[in-house]
Design a protein around this ligand. Structure first.
Ligand SMILES: [Zn+2]
Length: 375
């Protein structure tokens, strides 16, 4: 006699329908922007499409926060979320928006530079869709996101992506904002996004433009400032001040033959001093083990610890890992010193920003101490 199956065909189909429905709703929920609260220094919130109207109403338009001081000075542009799977860069921009107060000059912050990338995860990576940062008034939720534009907003990928400047890349890089500069008003959606950011730089004329990123621990450009040649002197001086404070950071010059990146094209196509900051993020690395919110928040991973003890990585890696507050703290400390170093050399047009924490404060109090409780 044949054994009775543990589930009938109809029952199995019903089970599949339930799982698919739940997955569909959690995936759709990633399209909801998790709130970023305008802090005491925000004087205006606008849209990137103000600089390139055809972006309006698309999944790539994004909020721009203006923090204007009462006294005149230069402008600093800060981008987080060029790569949404690099939470340290995104959260550093959020902490700026919610805390910084500008006394002289202006700060323009775009926390979700590739907003579309925050609405999906990368297939096959097993990364969480959301993570939570505890604050005194309850946890704040953020989406983890993908390295690139959501295929819902840009599809299909070509076999080879040829950037406007002739750089040839693998097809999926067509959705990578940091390969799409200087962009194009008629190109792929991600190139239009790159063009809109270039337009913002051309119109607002920031003296400094800083793109906040993170890198895998096995990637050589890490814990570093990557500088356009015109910004190299500023980067070296800032790195020396940071070393004196006890924070080690490398300086790399933007390669002249690698096209499409912010630190190269912003500097080549506008007058801004273009810089990109990297911090270590094990949750995007290839050696990582289980990829969950614990890894996102603590940066602790036994496989990276092993690799670290064998000197296989480009950063020190111990059981302590690379906690998110350390990475956000490094970004904010570097930003602070870059702005101070720029202002010391440009006394007629300084930028003075107060109210946001540096590395010491982040280590001591955590990120949640500098995020508004959820409303
Ligand atoms: Zn990146």
């Amino acid at each position: 006699m044949r054994a009775r199956p543990w589930v009938t065909g109809a029952g199995f189909l019903a089970l599949v329908a339930v799982v698919v429905t739940i997955s569909a709703f959690t995936f759709l929920d990633m399209h909801r922007d998790r709130p970023i609260y305008a802090g005491p220094g925000v004087t205006r919130v606008g849209k990137l499409s103000a600089y390139f109207p055809s972006l309006a109403g698309t999944g790539l338009d994004t909020d721009v926060y203006y923090l204007e001081g009462e006294a005149p000075g230069a402008t600093v542009l800060v981008l987080g979320g060029t790569h949404p799977n690099e939470p340290g860069g995104f959260l550093a921009a959020v902490v700026l928006v919610e805390n910084a107060v500008v006394q002289r000059g202006r700060l323009i912050v775009i926390p979700r530079a590739n907003r579309s990338g925050f609405t999906c995860t990368d297939p096959g990576e097993g990364q969480p869709q959301v993570y939570h940062i505890p604050t005194p008034g309850g946890p704040r939720e953020f989406t983890f996101g993908s390295r690139a534009t959501n295929p819902v907003h840009q599809w299909p990928d070509p076999v080879v992506y040829v950037n406007r400047l002739g750089q040839q890349l693998t097809g999926s890089e067509v959705r990578n904002l940091n390969r799409s500069y200087p962009g194009s008003p008629t190109g792929y959606p991600t190139e239009r996004l790159g063009h809109a950011i270039m337009e913002l730089i051309r119109i607002e004329k920031p003296a400094l433009s800083i793109d906040l990123h993170e890198a895998s621990p096995e990637y050589p450009v890490i814990n570093a400032i990557v500088a356009h040649p015109r910004a190299l002197e500023l980067a070296v001086k800032a790195a020396m001040f940071l070393e004196l404070e006890g924070m080690d950071i490398a300086v790399e010059m933007s390669p002249a033959t690698l096209r499409g990146l912010s630190h190269r094209e912003w500097g080549d196509h506008t007058d801004t001093l273009a810089l990109l900051l990297e911090a270590p993020n094990p949750s995007q690395g290839r050696l990582r083990g289980r990829t969950d919110t614990h890894l996102v928040l603590t940066g602790q991973d036994k496989f990276y610890t092993q690799a670290g003890t064998r000197n296989r990585l480009y950063v020190k890696f111990t059981e302590r890992g690379w906690p998110l507050e350390e990475r956000v703290g490094r970004h904010l400390q570097t930003l602070k010193v870059l702005i101070e170093t720029y202002s010391a050399a440009n006394r007629a047009t300084p930028v003075v920003v107060a109210g946001f924490p540096g590395l010491v404060e982040l280590r001591k109090n955590g990120i949640g101490a500098y995020l508004r409780p959820p409303s």
